[in-house]
Write a protein that binds this ligand. Structure first.
Ligand code: NAD
Ligand code: UGA
Length: 462
């Protein structure tokens, strides 16, 4: 199709974990729309043009292949894409600020603002600007002011369309979203933008799942959704500590409470703690906003979700050291899994980074294994003064090891031959199951000393 025959031209700035998959899905579902994804990272864009995509996400390559070069294009020509687009999604990263006012909590909006100023500079026609990035409430308002302060007579209508996909299930989440949220102004132009954005998703999403709100509600809903999800994990993790002291089993407790339909069974898996690029960042952002409005109790309430997560990771490492006779110095410890969750190669804010660093501080010898995340693991631990081995094959990784710590819930780890693993390890052999995915009783029978999360350990030492 030539440029003229496409019904609409959509652009997306930022070809990361969100921009890439969301735009691939839109392009695959909307053959009548031209979708161009741009990024300043040349390496990333080059990889999007191959079958070796820059991110690992089940099912992504099939969707990309369906649309690539048909109506889905990847490019480093950011200005060209801005100029051409009628609807421009912005999906750049919004990390936590590391300097000045709000350091450690507030969102660092420099990338977003830089993008907004660039949009003004190069645009020659009216556009709908869609925030896909997760931003603090009222950012759209600030952006609209920057964008509409132009002297070219161009109108930019800023809308918020936060993304709720989870990594590892991104394509499924995009194909069957619980909801698509579109926040716009209630003005004539705002409502027209709302319709245009809804029309994209209506290609494959049931209209009842496309919900609308004002811009601020949409922005806040994104932060609150992540805060609630993380809160559930911190809540069950807090109970896991109590279970370990009292011989209750956190899995049984989670199952019992989850059967109550008001509570529901999801997001109640006790773990070493949540990771990922967004939970901590988004909650801290919420905390910062609350503090700004003088709502200190509200801020402390949400901050405790992050504190509990850090406590859980700390507790896990402490338990490892204590269980292994209060020293791990020069002991070989295999970390099974380094990604922040299964089915992704992403290690951003992975609890494995914390666990690895703490064990290295204790002079443990680490062997890190993961089916998809070893490159990112290497980068995350670069500069460590102590040697670290990286081994994709778990059986090779465990040779002579004193302990295994399961840090990512990869399905394959359930199916390993633990007798073979036990035979290859130094005795006494330990398993610390940070994800509660293994058969603890069976491991104990094989001879392991087993330490799950949220249930008393099974030790051969009395
Ligand atoms: P990412 O770091 O993977 O991707 C962001 C991309 O933007 C990078 O490739 C970067 O090079 C590019 N970029 C930055 N500034 C640019 C500029 N001026 N011009 C062109 N490209 C630029 O980040 P991500 O994980 O995709 O997250 C993006 C946003 O989406 C964040 O706000 C995040 O909170 C939110 N979000 C992420 C997820 C997730 O699962 N990762 C889910 C929902 C929402
Ligand atoms: C999360 C949200 O689920 C998405 O809706 C949201 O769009 C996204 O953040 C975002 O804004 O970035 P994601 O971080 O990709 O998605 O993955 P989750 O499945 O939410 O898992 C987050 C962390 O919590 C992982 O480390 C996971 O292992 C952990 N987790 C999850 C638990 O420890 N227990 C659980 O029961 C569930």
């Amino acid at each position: 199709m030539s440029n003229q025959t496409f019904k609409k031209r959509i652009g997306c700035i930022g070809a990361g974990y969100v921009g890439g998959p969301t735009m691939a899905m839109i392009a695959a579902q909307c053959p009548d729309y031209k979708v161009t994804v741009v990024d300043i990272n040349e390496k990333r864009i080059a990889a999007w043009l191959t079958d070796d995509l820059p991110i690992y996400e089940p099912g992504l390559l099939d969707v990309v292949k369906k649309a690539r070069e048909r109506n889905l294009f990847f490019s480093t020509d950011v200005n060209g894409a801005i100029r051409e687009a009628e609807i421009l999604f912005v999906s750049v990263n919004t990390p936590t600020k590391t300097f000045g006012e709000g350091a450690g909590k507030a969102a660092d909006l420099q990338y977003w603002e830089e993008t907004a100023r660039n949009i003004v500079r190069v645009s020659t026609s009216d556009k709908i600007i869609v925030e896909k990035s997760t931003l603090p409430v009222r950012t759209a308002d600030a952006m609209a002011r920057i964008l509409n302060a132009n002297e070219k007579g161009i109108h930019f209508e800023v809308a918020s369309n936060p993304e709720f996909l989870a990594e590892g299930s991104a394509m499924e989440d995009l194909l069957h979203p619980d909801r698509v949220l579109i926040g716009t102004r209630e003005t004539e132009k705002g409502l027209r933008a709302r319709q245009e954005i809804a029309a994209i998703y209506a290609h494959w999403v049931d209209p009842s799942r496309i919900i609308t709100s004002n811009v601020w509600s949409a922005e806040l809903s994104k932060l609150v959704a992540n805060a609630f999800l993380a809160q559930r994990i911190s809540s069950i993790n807090s109970i896991s500590a109590l279970c370990e002291m009292t011989e209750a089993d956190v899995g049984e407790v989670a199952n019992a409470i989850g059967k109550d339909r008001r509570i529901g069974g999801k997001f109640l898996n006790a773990s070493i703690g949540y990771g990922g690029s967004c939970f901590k960042k988004d909650i801290l952002n919420l905390v910062y906003i609350c503090e700004n409005y003088g709502l200190h109790e509200v801020a402390r309430y949400w901050e405790s979700v992050v504190n509990m997560n850090e406590y859980q990771m700390r507790r896990f490492v402490l338990n490892m050291v204590r269980s292994m006779f209060s020293t791990v110095s020069r002991k070989k410890i295999v970390l099974l899994g380094f990604a922040f969750k299964a089915n992704t190669g992403d290690t951003r804010e992975s609890p494995a980074i914390y666990v690895a660093r703490k064990l290295l501080d204790e002079h443990a010898e680490l062997i890190i294994s993961d089916p998809k995340a070893l490159d990112n693991a290497r980068a995350a631990l670069a500069g460590s003064e102590r040697p670290i081995a990286f081994e994709v094959d778990p059986y090779r990784a465990v040779q002579g090891a004193h302990a295994i710590a399961v840090l990512t819930e990869w399905e394959d780890y359930r199916r390993l031959d633990y007798q073979k693993i036990f035979d290859a390890m130094t005795k006494p052999a330990f398993v610390f199951d940070g994800r509660n995915i293994l058969d603890h009783k069976r491991l104990f029978e094989i001879g392991f000393n087993v330490f799950p999360i949220g249930k008393p350990g099974l030790s051969h030492f009395k």
